[in-house]
Write a protein that binds this ligand. Structure first.
Ligand SMILES: *[C@@H]1O[C@H](CO)[C@@H](O)[C@H](O)[C@H]1NC(C)=O
Ligand SMILES: *[C@@H]1O[C@H](CO)[C@@H](O)[C@H](O)[C@H]1NC(C)=O
Ligand SMILES: *[C@@H]1O[C@H](CO)[C@@H](O)[C@H](O)[C@H]1NC(C)=O
Ligand SMILES: *[C@@H]1O[C@H](CO)[C@@H](O)[C@H](O)[C@H]1NC(C)=O
Ligand SMILES: *[C@@H]1O[C@H](CO)[C@@H](O)[C@H](O)[C@H]1NC(C)=O
Ligand SMILES: *[C@@H]1O[C@H](CO)[C@@H](O)[C@H](O)[C@H]1NC(C)=O
Length: 436
């Protein structure tokens, strides 16, 4: 709900003398309009969307990456009003054809499209005739979605294969709105982020968890809590120009491997490293890959404080899109439907011995603005595991025995294929699928 609505709602429910009501309505509206703002480089459109038109033209995955590097995503369009607002903004920005935050999967000629923010299948669409296209080619299952601006093509949406002949387009990126605070350098989604190496008067950049939290408290903040992939990406972007390999997060374990955030918010999102086998009472993030691992709380690390902006407005909590699980997989895995991150793929018959001898193909994916990553926590195979992303080209192969291996696809989709003819006496493989 918007702040103006919240403000008005609280006024309506409190029967107040009319003059006071009048004054309060005035201050509600004035403060809402004055304070809602966008991160640098973004334009506030319609008082509610922070938009940016890329000047570069590229494949869906390159433009999505450009949005992400700014703490943004491809634009979310969930109503006709959104579609119009974005179409007009695009046109005024000299952007006539642009990727949007919708991504489609075709399986067996049935195409389903999803919002990039993991809120589920789209409920609004504006397809041009014959779109979305259905593919019956098993390998050609992922499709980016682009729109044309009002004057160029009437804001209609079309799909473009990510496997064959992908089109080149600009993009419209969207970041969450925030509240103006001139004293804050990293102002995002209603919070101010304060990295330890930029705290005035603090002479050590790294310290233990208890000392770090005490420093954050002295700034009227807490150590950071993270509630979405979007926020995780934003935090990575804060550290993109400095060589920091670990930052301690504001979390503590109350049971082995079960954490609470120190600021009291719910632990509703996790980006744990699948290879992490350590038991510790604290969590750190590697800003380079965004993964979280357990550590001892006495470890000296850089840290990040987080302060809510506009503390007096208790009702206001601006949130980025949440990651929730959408399960498209079937139980067999091999030759099955699409495994959407977060999920797991295992070789056929994994856990049985001897392993059956068969050829299998697995399709893995993430939604629009993220890339798909496969973390192989088990890899004991006798013949090659192929990973393919574009038509007719192996992107990487794994062969033999690895303690671990990681594959990060350039875009949303990847195809794994493997013949287990030489695996019968081996363990097979297990891959954890995550958004990157
Ligand atoms: C198409 O996919 C949707 C979503 O997975 C599913 O609900 C629907 O039954 C499928 N339709 C056909 C014809 O397979
Ligand atoms: C795609 O397939 C669905 C279900 O089989 C069908 O209803 C739809 O008309 C098809 N779309 C196109 C463009 O062929
Ligand atoms: C803290 O980090 C900043 C930025 O990297 C650096 O300029 C400064 O020298 C560091 N201070 C200490 C005490 O390490
Ligand atoms: C933890 O994983 C690392 C490799 O990621 C491995 O070298 C180490 O032996 C593992 N430790 C335990 C206790 O399993
Ligand atoms: C998977 O599909 C391939 C080729 O379509 C087929 O040869 C293989 O037997 C299938 N595997 C299983 C376990 O059904
Ligand atoms: C993979 O490794 C096995 C065993 O070392 C070998 O027989 C096979 O030829 C290798 N395959 C490729 C494609 O390198």
């Amino acid at each position: 709900m918007s702040r103006i609505k919240l403000c008005l709602k609280s006024l309506i429910t409190q029967k107040m003398p009319s003059l006071l009501t009048f004054l309060l309505i005035g201050s509600c509206i004035a403060s809402s309009l004055a304070e809602v703002t966008c991160p640098d480089g973004f334009t506030l459109v319609d008082g509610r969307k922070c938009l940016f038109a890329t000047s570069s033209i590229g494949w869906h995955e390159y433009i999505a990456k450009e949005c992400k590097s700014m703490g943004a995503r491809l634009v979310s369009i969930k109503s006709e009003e959104d579609n119009d607002v974005v179409g007009v903004f695009a046109f005024n920005s000299g952007c006539y054809s642009y990727w949007i935050g919708v991504y489609c999967f075709s399986d067996n000629g049935n195409t389903t499209c999803y919002n990039d923010d993991y809120s589920g299948p789209i409920t609004f669409s504006y397809w041009a005739p014959i779109y979305p296209k259905n593919s019956t080619d098993r390998r050609d299952f992922g499709q980016g979605v682009y729109a044309d601006s009002y004057w160029n093509g009437g804001e209609y949406w079309r799909t473009s294969s990510s496997y064959k002949n992908q089109l080149l387009k600009q993009g419209i990126c969207e970041a969450p709105t925030t509240i103006a605070d001139p004293s804050c350098k990293y102002n995002y989604n209603g919070y101010c982020y304060i990295p330890s190496h930029e705290i005035p008067g603090v002479t050590t950049n790294s310290t233990t968890y208890p000392k770090a939290q005490a420093i954050c408290r002295s700034l009227n903040a807490n150590m950071v809590s993270i509630h979405s992939k979007l926020e995780n990406d934003y935090i990575q972007s804060i550290y993109q120009d400095i060589r920091v390999y670990q930052i301690t997060l504001g979390a503590q374990a109350f049971q082995p491997h079960v954490f609470n955030w120190v600021d009291g918010s719910s632990f509703d999102y996790s980006h744990r490293d699948p290879f992490d086998n350590f038991t510790g009472n604290c969590l750190e993030m590697n800003p380079w890959d965004g993964l979280w691992t357990e550590i001892n709380c006495q470890v000296f690390n850089y840290f990040l404080c987080q302060r809510k902006i506009g503390d007096k407005l208790e009702n206001l909590r601006l949130e980025g899109p949440k990651t929730s699980h959408i399960d498209l997989s079937d139980s067999s895995g091999c030759n099955g439907t699409i495994v959407l991150a977060p999920g797991t793929v295992t070789s056929f018959g994994y856990g049985t011995s001897p392993l059956p001898d068969t050829y299998c193909l697995w399709r893995v994916a993430t939604l629009g603005s993220d890339r798909v990553a496969v973390y192989f926590t088990e890899m004991e195979i006798g013949d090659t595991l192929y990973i393919e992303v574009y038509h007719g080209k192996w992107d990487i192969t794994f062969n033999g025995t690895y303690s671990y291996g990681t594959y990060i696809a350039p875009g949303n989709t990847a195809i794994l294929s493997h013949d287990s003819d030489k695996d019968t006496k081996l363990k097979g493989f297990k891959g954890v699928i995550m958004a990157y």
